[in-house]
Design a protein around this ligand. Structure first.
Ligand code: GNR
Ligand code: NI
Length: 170
């Protein structure tokens, strides 16, 4: 396994629309395993392939509690089939916008179709943090980062802070 480097805003790749996966094979599973390791090391609760520079429709997530055993989840070609009218607000963060947070409203619940680690079709009904996180990850596949929901002024402030942070790191 390998830890991959995570792109941060304003990297133009983060605006790219990711393309559907054609075949679920061992090469893809190697990438998903590396993404999971990268996400755990960050640490984060979700990661989209575009965040490690691969514009394909693949996500990994793990929402297990700190003390609980790991619960890795893999989503390939996820599609939203339904969203609730009711919204929920969550103070979101993003590994591509390190150390910055903002309250974002999203549908409280959603249903999706996807392929799992083995390429088998699955349906799921997501609520709570799971619903928020999967919608945040799905946005990445469509070139959207949570700061895109903020005012232009706030967004540029967040980008400036991230640039400074990244500069201080090297
Ligand atoms: O680690 C993450 N935490 C988080 C918190 C609230 C809402 C969404 C997220 S996802 C984020 C990891 C990430 O950037 N995924 O794309
Ligand atoms: Ni993110």
């Amino acid at each position: 396994m390998a830890i991959l480097s995570i792109l941060t805003v304003p990297d133009p790749l983060l605006k790219k629309i990711s393309t559907a996966v054609k075949t679920v094979d061992d090469d893809l599973r190697i990438l998903m395993d590396d993404m999971l390791e990268t996400m755990y090391a960050a640490p984060g609760i979700g990661l989209a392939a575009i965040q490690v520079g691969r514009p394909i429709r693949v996500l990994v997530m793990d929402l297990s509690e700190d003390e609980a055993p790991p619960d890795p989840q893999f989503y390939i070609n996820p599609e939203i089939a339904w969203v609730s009218e009711e919204l929920a607000t969550y103070n979101e963060g993003c590994l591509s916008v390190p150390e910055q947070y903002a309250d974002i409203d999203r549908p409280a619940e959603c249903k999706l179709n996807y392929l799992d680690y083995h390429g088998t079709r699955q349906n799921i009904h997501a609520t709570g943090l799971f619903s928020t996180c999967i919608q945040h990850e799905l946005d990445h596949l469509n070139g959207i980062v949570f700061i895109d929901y903020l005012s232009a002024l706030k967004r540029s402030m967040y980008v400036r802070k991230v640039k400074k942070l990244v500069k201080e790191e090297d």
